[in-house]
Design a protein around this ligand. Structure first.
Ligand code: CDP
Ligand code: CDP
Length: 256
């Protein structure tokens, strides 16, 4: 957070230029909730790249006998799979409605939100060819700018030139507590210890994989929201975004 302009700087919409905002971080760090809120305030498109890995994992799980550890089988399956992310209608973003996810034209928006699918997603996400196919789609979906995309490799691989990159963190215990609460609300009963174990396991797999591991891009702003709620975290990111929008608009003005 160097090069700070005053926090109270107010810019009019005409002074601004739409950005590509990349939000990365581990499971339960608040990416989806925060990214959605930021997109809503800025009038940007919100895109959840993780939903695509979850959809592909769901297909692999449904494919009886397919080994999640078999790179070759996963590659073949990926080549024969169509996954589409549909933007959340603006009026539903405030209610936390996620992107609609279509797997081979079938709506799997709810079906991908189980802990089994989350674990499987982090396994299929280690396969380079699977990532290649999904990354290309993510780049197409966000190509126009004015987008907040969240995931693990958005600032490092999908949009390395994003004008604002955020690395969202929170302690593993708080992240597991958040996830545990969500599972309970959906009637998926698991002990806190099991959720914490799964968070640790997914962290390890996501951080240690060879292809596109979860790392903070050098130019990403680290935001630890262990002790912050969604609204506070989003407000901080919106403030950073408005500063970047104005800086870019001024730079363009100087060039003209
Ligand atoms: O997308 P990611 O896994 O990073 O996190 P999320 O799905 O946005 O958030 C996981 C849970 O934590 C949700 O139920 C959020 O409401 C909650 N959360 C929170 O209580 N405080 C935050 N600062 C961020 C998220
Ligand atoms: O919401 P949560 O943070 O729990 O997970 P998610 O964003 O839905 O992602 C599920 C899994 O997909 C992650 O654990 C990653 O292994 C993988 N993923 C990825 O590798 N790259 C992304 N850009 C997004 C997700």
């Amino acid at each position: 957070m160097t090069d700070q302009s005053p926090a109270h700087t107010v810019s009019s919409p005409s002074d601004r230029r739409k950005l590509t905002i990349a939000i990365d971080g581990p499971a339960g760090s608040g990416k989806s909730s925060v990214a959605q809120r930021v997109a809503q305030v800025l009038g940007y498109l919100y895109l959840d790249s993780g939903a695509m890995y979850r959809a592909f994992a769901l297909k692999a799980l449904q494919n009886n006998g397919l080994a999640l550890s078999s790179t070759k089988e996963l590659e073949e399956l990926a080549a024969d799979t169509k996954i589409e992310l549909k933007a959340t209608p603006p009026h539903l973003i405030a209610e936390g409605v996620k992107n609609q996810v279509l797997l081979d034209a079938l709506d799997v928006t709810q079906a991908v939100r189980t802990s089994e699918v989350a674990q499987a997603a982090s396994r299929v996400a280690t396969v380079a060819k699977v990532r290649e196919l999904l990354v290309a789609q993510q780049q197409r979906a966000g190509a126009g700018g004015g987008v907040v995309m969240e995931g693990r490799d958005i600032g490092t691989v999908v949009f390395p030139n994003a004008e604002l990159k955020i690395f969202l963190e929170a302690s593993p215990e708080v992240r597991a507590e958040r996830r545990h609460k969500e599972h309970e609300q959906k009637g998926e009963h698991m002990t806190f210890e099991r959720v914490l174990d799964e968070v640790h396991e997914r962290d390890r797999r996501d951080r240690e994989r060879k292809v596109s591991p979860l790392v903070r891009a050098k130019d990403a702003v680290l935001v630890d929201n262990t002790a912050m709620d969604i609204e506070e975290t989003a407000r901080l990111i919106v403030m950073l975004a408005r500063e970047r929008e104005s800086e870019l608009a001024k730079a363009v003005g100087r060039e003209m």
